[in-house]
Write a protein that binds this ligand. Structure first.
Ligand SMILES: C[S@@+](CC[C@H](N)C(=O)[O-])C[C@H]1O[C@@H](n2cnc3c(N)ncnc32)[C@H](O)[C@@H]1O
Ligand code: SF4
Ligand code: SF4
Length: 347
């Protein structure tokens, strides 16, 4: 999952990002937005700009983005998944009306710009997705395994569809037959009618979490999906225990994978979303020490679990202080490292 800061274009233009990266960052954010939408969203642009200035000048830390686990259930049990590690058995999901109150009280009052709906599997709660899309039109992304047919939600920004490599390796991580289901659902959606006046293919962004099993399929996955969907983004597996065999260790092989991604970014700048600066960070530790975020701006994303409780230290953490914690010093998450690459940090 990734978030993009439009305001960074103005604030950090010369000092922090290359012109090319900035161009694509801005294009990604305002992509497909008409003048009416841009005007409607103006208060949010102004608010995020103010938050960035306040951070720069006074180190004031106010959340800019949101992440919400809309439910406590998933139809898959992927081998790499952090969510199952801390899942609370027996807890009910909130109702759509509960979420409407939370959106109004927490997200819209604080002028949270873009919110990502995660899970569990969020498409199992279309009623909640609908409420988010109504209350935060065009500011909601849904991260999904897309094993169920994808619905057209008015007011959705786009879908992040998780694909963990090409078919064989994806299935070894996500379960036999899951790649074929996801592929079918994407292609059916893309073949369908426009949504909110835009072609359906623009709604689909692929997200690949790179690990020690799938790293060699990065290029093939890009080539397979280029021209079929809008974009593809990459992040690396984040372990919760030292020595997790799924983490691609820092060193020669990881560097080669990052260099390949940079090469692909240069080849297909419109398709690969990660800026070069962010990809370069992923070669090493950009996050913190042990399980403590240091450079990581965990404060910048308001992360709630399925009960609306604040997760710590970040969107893959937990509201329960006794739960397992992600290793910041080996973190590969895209949504925070992109902020670091834009000069927004923990300290
Ligand atoms: C937890 S899933 C929830 C949404 C949905 N069920 C899906 O699979 O897309 C959100 C994203 O986190 C990724 N993910 C799971 N475990 C991870 C880990 N340990 N490190 C980094 N990303 C991880 C998944 O691949 C997926 O793209
Ligand atoms: S589908 Fe998503 S939430 Fe479910 S196990 Fe896989 S990564 Fe985790
Ligand atoms: S995003 Fe990564 S570095 Fe930041 S708090 Fe979470 S695990 Fe730590």
């Amino acid at each position: 999952m990734f978030v993009f800061s439009y305001e960074s274009y103005h604030v950090y233009r010369d000092s922090l990002l290359s012109e090319r990266d900035l161009y694509y960052t801005v294009v990604n954010l305002i992509y497909g937005r008409g003048i009416t939408e841009l005007l409607r969203e103006m208060p949010f642009y102004i608010s995020i700009f103010k938050k960035i200035i306040a951070y720069r000048l006074f180190k004031s830390k106010q959340p800019m983005y949101g992440s919400v686990d809309v439910n406590n259930i998933c139809n898959l049990h992927c081998t790499h998944c952090y969510w199952w590690l801390n899942r609370k058995k027996g807890e009910q999901d909130l109702t759509a009306e509960d979420w409407r109150r939370i959106i109004r009280d927490k997200f819209n009052k604080q002028k949270i710009f873009v919110t990502t709906l995660v899970g569990g599997e969020p498409t199992l709660r279309p009623d909640v997705i609908e409420i988010f899309c109504k209350e935060m039109p065009r500011r909601v992304c849904v991260v999904t395994n897309a094993t169920f047919p994808l619905r057209r939600f008015n007011g959705l920004y786009f879908y992040w569809v998780s694909m963990d490599g090409t078919e064989k390796v994806h299935d070894s991580i996500r379960g036999e037959g899951s790649y074929a289901m996801t592929k079918k659902n994407i292609l059916d959606y893309v073949a369908g009618p426009d949504r909110d006046g835009r072609p359906a293919w623009t709604d689909i962004w692929i997200s690949m979490t790179i690990n020690s099993l799938n790293y060699m399929t990065v290029e093939e996955l890009i080539e397979e999906w280029r021209g079929k969907v809008n974009k593809i983004g990459f992040q690396f597996h984040t372990p919760f225990v030292k020595g997790d065999p799924l983490m691609l260790p820092f060193g020669v092989v990881r560097n080669q994978v990052v260099d390949k991604l940079i090469e692909m970014k240069r080849k297909y700048p419109d398709f690969v979303v990660n800026p070069v600066k962010q990809l370069s960070l992923m070669k090493g530790n950009w996050g913190g020490t042990g399980t403590t975020p240091v450079d990581c701006p965990s404060w910048a994303i308001l992360s709630l679990d399925h009960m609306g409780r604040v997760k710590q230290p970040c969107c893959i953490g937990s509201a329960d202080a006794k739960s397992m914690k992600p290793l910041c010093e080996e973190c590969g998450l895209g949504c925070y490292s992109i902020l670091v690459s834009q000069g927004i940090r923990g300290a």
